[in-house]
Ligand binder design. Structure first.
Ligand code: DGJ
Length: 721
């Protein structure tokens, strides 16, 4: 069991293959975090407590203690992980140790996405119960070690065991002290069409907040934050990382105390979420996934990738090879007819595409983005045979059929809105702020959830639909609900997420073989919460391959390539105007779930031949691309090249992908050094037949350029001899 409890000392040692996490209950009943880091033989590090207690201080000793669940009013002045206001109007909460229980396996979190175990032996769980004697607040701290995946999960369940209401205003999922302040921080910042840019800088002296208040995890930040030792590179250095398995507003933060110790926290964003906890009620926080790596960023990403790919993503498609698709969005936008679509399908079939996806514009009277969201009825003027008829034509052509929805939205110009103007998030008496000329359905309401489950089920059961693109194109402004009591209004954002998760759970279990791909104006809700319901996500609306190098590279810090939608689009690119070769576009899209997003019926024979070759290659190597081990090799944020490699799970196949931004005349060929290969094995280049030792590929490197022309690329396929 990777959890040891020294009950006489009240010491808890949780450990994975390479990390330890040590908790201790002091003589006053405070639960303290003594250590998170490289694995220890046993967890007894209580000797470090002296350092927190000794020395003169203006503050009480509580200000120094490394609390595992800091609260308010005890003398600790950092950010509280739990803050509960009682009916006397104060937040003082003194949580002390009550009991603990060890559980084999991993209990599910009701209504929330979370890491799961498929067999009890995969996971060991511990629940530590703390209690406030005065208010009756009970905190159950839930930990699970996924031993093989080498990760720890952490969440908190809060119960009102008293007789008066409590108003929860901070409910963080994890908050861990770290010794000293010699660290860098790392997070993924961005915006629409430039998601998940890697930001790294010193932790500094002040608090840093990485957050969303938008009612979605957002384009701007990802619910992920890491603290690194300054020497950290891809292959060395110590990394402490947290990921929130949640799709709504969040807060991740680092603090540096006046004692020059640090703390990393993650959870719901207290600015936009509080919760009224009546006597007897419980509140479950989202789950945080904690990763420690002593082997730099590669070690961190491996743990995230394996956990997300195999124990966050679920269902029929989790381990299946994902189809090559063609999506009509950038090919036609709203301007399509059945014949135009079928012309694309015909070309798609010829080059080996397996799935055709009809994007926005098929329903109501939607010819622009100004109407009809909510009216999920086929526009028979555009598609005279209906969705069922079109799906049949696509199937007859030999492709599967997929359909776009934006289920959470409602257009003011829609029959649904005319019938139910109160079904959107709004505040009576105030204007309803529109974004992309649409409003958001109030999914905190059960009647709205039920309507949505019914409306989607109708469309999905009446046509042969094998894939759904679930889009979401605006964030919450008036995030309040007409159906809630005034004292519960600030719960709306989180209640919305719980409602959304209920709808998604219901729809994905009613249609278990449908492949769902999440989307939010590109990658605006690319998070582990969504991936629990939908195993892939549209990475970005920016399909320019040069931009995509950074977007996909940044995304890969946390999320495995099999979760990233990546499509070949037109040149010049619609977002940037940049012209690139067809092959480069294919080679970049090969770094994720491969597809096309351009009018295949209008491409030159040469480009179609390149497309066909690319599809053939993808089909040959996609098991390796989607289920193998991915490693970043060269960073496009800092250099002229980008490179990454995939190694199949049996380690026999290796795919090296190398990209060059600008060419340089009269240069010596650039060499990419690979990693994690078998030093003594021989690897054969499948194109040239040349063989190399693993050691040479790793230490000498493989020449890949300088390639002639800007924005060029090479895909090199190697097999172990
Ligand atoms: C935003 C998505 O990211 C696009 O791919 C496309 O589906 C549009 N919405 C359709 O409105």
């Amino acid at each position: 069991m990777p959890i040891t409890i020294h009950s006489e000392k009240k010491l808890f040692h949780l450990f994975g293959k390479t990390f330890s996490y040590v908790l201790y209950v002091d003589e006053k009943g405070n639960l303290l975090n003594l250590y998170w880091g490289r694995k220890l033989p046993d967890g007894d590090v209580t000797y470090i407590l002296k350092e927190f207690r000794g020395g003169a201080s203006f503050d009480s000793e509580y200000s120094r203690l490394p609390f595992e669940l800091p609260t308010v009013g005890t003398g600790y002045f950092g950010m509280p992980a739990v803050r509960a206001r009682n009916e006397q109007g104060n937040d003082v909460t003194v949580l002390t140790y009550d009991s603990c229980a060890q559980v084999s396996g991993k209990p599910a979190l009701s209504g929330l996405p979370a890491v799961y175990a498929e067999a009890d032996g995969e996971a060991s769980s511990l629940v530590i119960v703390l209690r406030d004697a005065l208010t009756g607040l009970i905190a159950r701290l839930k930990y699970t070690v996924m031993e093989n995946l080498d990760v720890l999960t952490r969440s908190v369940e809060l119960e009102n065991g008293g007789s008066e209401n409590l108003n929860l205003t901070n409910m963080l999922s994890a908050s861990v002290p770290l010794p000293g302040n010699e660290y860098d921080i790392l997070h993924l910042k961005g915006g629409w069409a430039r998601e998940r840019r890697i930001v790294r800088r010193p932790i500094g002296e002040a608090t840093t907040r990485v957050e969303s208040r938008r009612g979605a995890s957002g384009h701007e930040e990802n619910p992920f934050m890491a603290v690194l030792t300054p020497d950290t590179t891809e292959s060395q250095g110590e990394v402490f990382a947290m990921l929130l398995i949640y799709s709504g507003s969040f807060l991740a933060a680092t603090e540096v105390s006046n004692f020059e110790n640090s703390r990393l926290s993650i959870g719901l964003n207290p600015d936009v979420c509080s919760w009224l906890l009546a006597p007897g009620e419980t509140f479950q926080t989202p789950e945080a996934l904690l990763v420690h790596s002593a082997e730099g960023l590669t070690g961190m990403s491996r743990r995230f990738h394996e956990t997300i790919r195999t124990r966050v993503c679920r269902g029929y498609w989790r381990d299946r090879e994902r189809p090559v698709l063609a999506n009509n969005w950038e090919a036609t936008y709203f301007d399509f007819t059945e014949e135009k679509l079928m012309a694309i399908v015909d070309e798609a079939r010829k080059i080996g595409v397996e799935l055709f996806v009809l994007d926005d514009g098929w329903f109501g009277k939607r010819n622009r983005d100004n109407c009809s969201l909510g009216d999920w009825v086929c526009n028979m003027e555009k598609l005279p045979c209906g969705i069922g008829g079109l799906a049949k034509r696509v199937n007859d052509a030999g492709l599967r059929f997929g359909l776009w929805f934006e289920p959470e939205m409602i257009s003011p110009d829609s029959d649904l809105y005319r019938a139910h103007p109160d079904w959107c998030l709004h505040v009576d008496g105030r204007a309803r702020t529109e974004a992309r000329q649409q409003l958001i359905l109030d999914l905190s309401r059960k009647d709205v959830q039920d309507y949505l489950i019914g409306a989607l089920s109708d469309v999905l059961s009446n046509a042969s639909i094998d894939y759904v693109k679930w889009d979401m194109n605006r964030n919450m402004t008036e995030y309040f609900s007409g159906a809630q009591l005034p004292e519960r209004q600030n719960e709306t954002q989180h209640r919305y997420m719980l409602g959304l998760y209920r709808v998604m759970e219901e729809i994905t279990s009613r249609f278990p073989k449908v492949l769902f791909e999440g989307c939010s104006g590109g990658g605006g809700r690319f998070d582990a919460g969504m991936l629990y319901y939908m195993p892939q996500f549209w990475t970005s609306d920016d399909t320019d391959p040069v931009e995509r190098l950074c977007i996909q590279y940044g995304t890969s810090l946390v999320y495995p390539p099999c979760t990233m939608g990546a499509h070949v689009s037109a040149s010049p690119n619609h977002q940037t105007g940049r012209a690139t070769a067809f092959k480069t576009r294919c080679d970049v899209a090969l770094g994720g779930n491969f597809g096309f997003e351009l009018d295949l019926s209008k491409q030159t024979p040469e480009d179609l031949a390149t497309a066909k070759e690319a599809v053939e290659l993808v089909k040959e190597v996609r098991k390796t691309l989607q289920q193998g081990q991915y490693t970043r090799l060269e960073n496009p944020f800092t250099g002229n090249f980008a490179a990454w490699q995939f190694v199949s799970s049996d380690e026999r196949e290796v795919v090296l992908c190398a990209y060059q931004r600008l060419t340089m005349p009269n240069a010596i060929a650039h060499r990419v050094r690979m990693t994690g290969l078998d030093e003594n094995a021989r690897y054969v280049d499948q194109e040239t037949g040349e063989t190399y030792s693993g050691a040479a590929l790793m230490y000498v490197g493989l020449p890949v350029g300088y390639l002639r022309g800007d924005f060029t690329s090479r895909i090199i396929r190697l097999k172990k001899a």
